[in-house]
Write a protein that binds this ligand. Structure first.
Ligand code: ADP
Ligand code: MG
Length: 535
């Protein structure tokens, strides 16, 4: 800090910015960044695979999350370090793009970073390392394409899809009934999928959960489930062949938007006002009845007067239904969302074969099932479970399974899991290294070693000797020329992943390799870290 004077003699202070900043340059910067990235990946390493551990995270306000999902763990951990944040971002990109493999991608990036550090220590320039990794990732991705298997499925034969979703679910808490959940996920995706365009709109699948019951009670509803009940307890609990008016206008007299005042000085005037108000309600109900509606679903509330009238006139109603749900109901029942009573017409009504209200447990919790809809392309997965944490984790697991099923509909290629694909790529990359005369070959060999980090973590988490197991499997792959050999995590006696039905999607695995390489290259290219120091 220095004091200076301008040309008029007024004093001012010069702050030297540089002094208040800490700075890391060159190799030091790279090493410290690598250490930070590796630290984050170590945390996730133990969560990988069917025998991976779960993490329990507590938020500042005391909420507890128990999860095995890489993206969720990193998101909730609130990583502070800049490089750590890159790893969080990495996991998130995998989640957005693919949905599954969020732990694996961070473990892979961690492996690459560890190898990169060794190369830097041997004096290889970071750019050379980055180039070598880039070449290797291309080799690995191409190799995956070659070893990928295609399988056929159709609306009637969904077994292959179910098997792949089961692999995804096998590493989650819901492992116990993965078969049932995988079937539910696949059926839900098939219900909303457009097989011709190979497209799936996951927004049409609603995932709801309610505490209580068993995980086995989780069900797929071909229709919409709304966490609301009939507005009046004496309204019917079941409506067959419902014609639904979907309204975004409230059941109440219109309110002028400008300032207004009503003067009432006699009983008669009050009576007329009341009559008028009643007439408003009456007209509204009449308009609904005129077009033939047998159920009203309303985005807004209505007061007791209107509620009583609706009950009296035999028009069941549901109030305070959220916007998203309203849209889904409109899609499912083939109805239109109507903003004004005047615009109601019979064609705008949604149709559902059965609308029923179901009560749960001893609480007053009730939910509304809208089923047998005109257009069944909107479904709901209704999760039951012992506690809130379980339901939240099941939601996340189902999300992974849904994404996997969607990816398979887009591209029906699979590779084998349990580290088999990574080991096969590692062998291919190692073999390719000899073709490169330059320094890159060191980086390419290192990349091959880094790919082993995933099977190694799988073996470690399953209580196996990591190095022994890995080298045995690798030798077997080379000897038998069989790219299906992986780590036998569940001790089933065979390490042929084709027999064990452990499949992963090809695009998921390719994306993992590409994303991990990208982030590592980015970290390697940083040679100057300027950060505000603590005061
Ligand atoms: P991610 O978040 O990356 O999907 P998971 O915890 O789901 O992490 O673990 C996925 C890894 O576990 C994959 O490499 C997959 O091949 C492997 N895996 C899953 N099920 C099995 C199994 N039954 N046997 C061996 N490996 C498995
Ligand atoms: Mg997974």
């Amino acid at each position: 800090m220095a004091l200076a004077f301008d040309e008029y003699g007024r004093p001012f202070i010069i702050l030297r910015e540089q002094e208040s900043k800490s700075r890391l340059r060159g190799l030091d910067a790279q090493k410290s960044n690598i250490a930070a990235g590796v630290a984050v990946s170590r945390i996730l390493r133990t969560s990988l695979g069917p025998k991976g551990m779960d993490k329990m995270l507590q938020s500042p306000d005391g909420d507890i999350t128990i999860t095995n999902d890489g993206a969720t763990i990193l998101e909730q951990m609130e990583v502070d370090n800049q490089i750590g944040k890159l790893m969080v971002e990495l996991s998130r990109s995998q989640d957005y793009e693919i949905g599954d493999g969020t732990t694996g991608v961070v473990v892979m990036a961690g492996g690459l970073l560890e190898q990169a550090e060794k190369l830097l220590e041997r004096g290889i320039h970071p750019i050379r390392v980055a180039e070598g990794f880039e070449i290797s990732s291309k080799i690995a991705v191409d190799h995956l394409q070659q070893i990928a298997d295609k399988f056929d499925f159709s609306a009637t034969n969904i077994e292959p899809l179910v098997q792949t979703c089961m692999t995804t679910l096998s590493s989650k808490i819901v492992n116990r009934c993965k078969r049932r959940l995988a079937e539910i996920a696949v059926k839900a995706v098939m219900a909303v999928a457009d097989l011709e365009r190979k497209d799936v709109n996951l927004d049409l699948i609603k995932v709801e959960g309610k505490v209580g019951g068993k995980l086995e009670d989780t069900e797929l509803i071909y229709g919409i489930l709304v966490d609301k009940d009939m507005s009046h307890p004496q309204m019917p609990k079941e409506i067959n062949d419902a014609k639904i008016a979907i309204l975004t206008c409230p059941f109440e007299p219109p309110k002028p938007k400008t300032k207004h005042k009503v003067d009432i000085d006699t009983v008669e005037k009050f009576q007329t006002l009341r009559k008028q108000e009643q007439k408003y309600f009456d007209d509204m109900v009449q308009q609904c009845k005129d077009v033939g509606a047998t159920l009203v679903i309303c985005q807004w509330g209505f007061d007791d007067e209107a509620n009583h009238l609706l009950m009296h006139r035999n028009l069941p109603a549901v109030r305070w239904v959220g916007g998203v749900e309203l849209e889904l109901i409109a899609i499912a029942t083939g109805g239109r969302i109507v903003p004004r009573f005047q615009e109601l017409t019979p064609e705008k009504l949604g149709k559902a074969g059965l609308v029923r209200e179901k009560a749960f447990g001893t609480t007053k919790d009730r939910m509304l099932y809208i089923e047998h809809c005109a257009n069944s392309r909107a479904v709901t997965i209704f999760i039951r479970g012992g506690n809130k944490m379980m339901i939240e984790e099941t939601k996340r697991s189902i999300h992974d399974a849904l994404c996997v099923a969607r990816n398979l509909i887009r591209n029906n290629s699979i590779v084998y899991g349990g580290g088999a694909a990574e080991i096969s790529c590692s062998i291919a990359v190692e073999a390719a290294a000899d073709k490169y005369p330059g320094v890159e070959q060191y980086a390419i060999r290192a990349f091959a070693d880094a790919l082993d980090s995933v099977p190694m973590a799988l073996a470690e988490n399953s209580g196996l000797q990591p190095i022994e197991t890995l080298s045995a499997v690798k030798a077997q792959q080379i000897k038998e020329n069989n790219h299906c050999c992986g780590i036998d995590c569940n001790d089933t006696g065979t390490n042929d992943m084709r027999e064990q039905n452990v499949f992963e999607t090809l695009i998921g695995k390719q994306q993992q390799i590409l994303l991990a390489t990208q982030v590592v290259k980015m970290i390697l290219k940083i040679d100057d870290v300027i950060s505000p120091s603590e005061y």
